[in-house]
Design a protein around this ligand. Structure first.
Ligand code: SAH
Length: 249
């Protein structure tokens, strides 16, 4: 019975990973492994790069400036990049970090910050978003790290949707939707490429809702009779969408 590797530290790296390979980590990851986790030569970690699956690797050098490892064996094949597009109006600081992490855990393939009329945040630090996505992938054994797209204004997103996304439907978490169950609506979308859009704390403006609901590719859903906070709505919408359409095609 192969030893369970789930207790091993997982790190996202960029170099290729293959049988008999070897690599040296960047300074920040070396410091983390050698100083923070106090790993030393002979210790094992799991590395993944989003392309080659997960590999058991063993330290061959434990200098705090540049840890070196040998690539021992593949312990999980690469999973296909998820097709789920997730659009959300960015929230402030740690709640933004939270939404990015939950979108990764819930299997989003593309994470798209969408600037709406009531969005509170206007300048996003893309490296912070990417770091959150990688941290979530490392913690939750997600092997394909989602793409974090550059922010886009809602109007530009909608005006360019068909050209950019073809026949993909855009599921719109509409707090104003009569609270009919989303189950039938989402079940009717099974087998289709979908995106999901969740609004900001302040919600969508009437003008935005009107524009969204008039578009042929937009499918409004209710997440229930209560008004959820934007970060709660993110998880609820992702969970119901993945449960009905995504994870079990
Ligand atoms: N301040 C707004 C609510 C915004 S909630 C108001 O009082 O109307 C933030 C976002 O979460 C919304 O834009 C929507 O996308 C989603 N959301 C929250 N509750 C929802 C519900 N019951 N049904 C569908 N979407 C919901």
């Amino acid at each position: 019975m192969p030893r369970s590797h789930s207790s091993l530290q997982r790190l996202y790296v960029t170099p290729d990973l293959y049988q008999g390979g070897a690599l040296t980590l960047e300074k920040d990851q070396s410091l983390y492994l050698a100083a923070v986790l106090r790993k030393s030569v002979g210790d094992e970690v799991v590395l993944f790069n989003g392309r080659d699956g997960a590999w058991l690797c063993r330290l061959t050098g434990d200098s705090k400036k540049s840890v070196s490892l040998e690539v021992v064996e593949q312990i999980a094949p690469q999973t296909p990049q998820s097709d789920l597009w997730y659009g959300f109006a960015p929230l402030k600081n740690e709640r933004l970090d939270y939404v990015i992490q939950k979108a990764v855990e819930m299997g989003a393939g593309t994470i798209q910050p969408v600037m709406t009329q009531y969005t509170q945040v206007h300048r996003l630090k893309s490296e912070r978003l990417a770091a959150n996505a990688i941290e979530a992938a490392e913690q939750c054994e997600v092997l394909s790290v989602p793409v974090i797209a550059p922010e886009i204004a809602l109007d530009r997103l909608l005006d360019g949707w068909t050209e950019a996304h073809g026949d993909r439907k855009l599921i719109f978490a509409d707090e104003g939707e009569a609270s009919s169950s989303p189950v039938e609506t989402l079940t009717a979308l099974r087998g289709q490429r979908v995106g999901l859009l969740v609004g900001p704390e302040g919600g969508f403006s009437d003008e935005e809702r009107g524009k969204l609901r008039a578009l042929p590719f937009v499918v409004p859903i209710s997440l229930g009779p209560r008004i959820l906070r934007a970060d709660t709505a993110a998880v609820a919408a992702l969970a119901v969408t993945q449960a009905i359409i995504g994870d079990w095609r």
